[in-house]
Design a binder for this molecule. Structure first.
Ligand SMILES: Nc1ncnc2c1ncn2[C@@H]1O[C@H](COP(=O)(O)OP(=O)(O)OP(=O)(O)O)[C@@H](O)[C@H]1O
Ligand SMILES: [Mg+2]
Length: 256
């Protein structure tokens, strides 16, 4: 009888890497009405510096995928390996009592940096993202779009090479959202990172990503991948972009 080698399910953080690899991943939860299979048979590779958008129906395991990549969860089956990754959750989770600059500098403070030095490191990004003059404002004094930007600066300040962004612009009105997409493109041009971006907005996915990955309904696995080989910044009215958006919608089953 030959011995069969079955890879043990695992999450591995690979120092010095900016890549993400998931291989045949499954993850379920024990719910009140029994087991919920969130992901099953998900394989995905994201290269260093690549921006990949993930779209899929509600509950198909997108947030679970991001938590797996960040090592906040482990798979039941399959393997996840990724460089150091930071999660930007959907809700901005800013500290209400701290000013915007201190909120943004928080990862540096946690890493042991002194207050003035941490503030000095966060300040240039405030200027770059149009937050100049609001450094000392508290979160409740900022608009929704500004709070998202502060949360994004904080995500960048972690210094991690991989950003896992969970619906970072949800809840913003259409214009603020377009604005936010533009500053994300600018920020990534200035400081390239590997990005895994979960969004419900297919247009946002094709505007921002190098590749759009479409997940099936739960249990989530990849059913389509669309490379977006268009230069940035992209025009929403570009017929090539409109066609890719249609293609993604058809893959999602939202055929209209
Ligand atoms: N801690 C948990 N306990 C039980 N079930 C969970 C838990 N977390 C997620 N689930 C279930 O697993 C499935 C996948 O959840 P997940 O949050 O990853 O989906 P999602 O694609 O991010 O959904 P949405 O688009 O609504 O944000 C859902 O059915 C959800 O109810
Ligand atoms: Mg989610």
């Amino acid at each position: 009888m030959t011995a069969k080698t079955v890879a043990k399910p695992s999450h591995r953080e690979v120092n010095g890497s900016a890549e993400i690899s998931l291989n045949d991943v499954a993850r379920s939860y024990a719910g009140r009405n029994g087991q919920v299979q969130a992901l099953d048979g998900l394989s995905l590779h994201v290269g260093a510096g690549e921006v990949v958008a993930v779209v899929g129906p509600s509950g198909c395991g997108k947030s679970t995928l991001l938590e797996l990549v960040c090592g906040l969860q482990s798979p039941d089956r399959g393997t996840v390996s990724a460089g150091p990754a930071v999660l930007m959750p959907q809700r901005d989770l800013l500290l209400p009592w701290a000013c915007a600059l201190d909120n943004a500098a928080l990862p540096l403070r946690i890493a042991g940096m002194g207050r003035d030095q941490a503030r000095d490191q966060a300040r240039p990004l405030f200027e770059a993202l149009g937050l100049e003059g609001f450094e000392r404002s508290r979160p409740d004094e900022l608009s929704g779009g500004m709070r998202q930007r502060v949360a994004f600066v904080r995500t960048l300040m972690s210094g991690k090479p991989i950003l896992a962004l969970d619906e970072p612009f949800a809840g913003l009105d259409a214009l603020t959202r377009q604005d936010a997409q533009a500053w994300l493109v600018d920020a990534l041009t200035a400081q390239p990172r590997t990005v895994l971006l979960v969004t419900h907005d297919v247009e946002e996915a094709v505007v921002l990503a190098d590749r759009v990955v479409v997940l099936s309904p739960r249990p989530g696995h990849q059913i389509a991948a669309l490379p977006i080989a268009l230069q940035r910044p992209r025009k929403r009215t570009d017929p090539a972009l409109v066609a890719l958006r249609e293609e993604a919608l058809i893959a999602l089953g939202v055929d209209r």
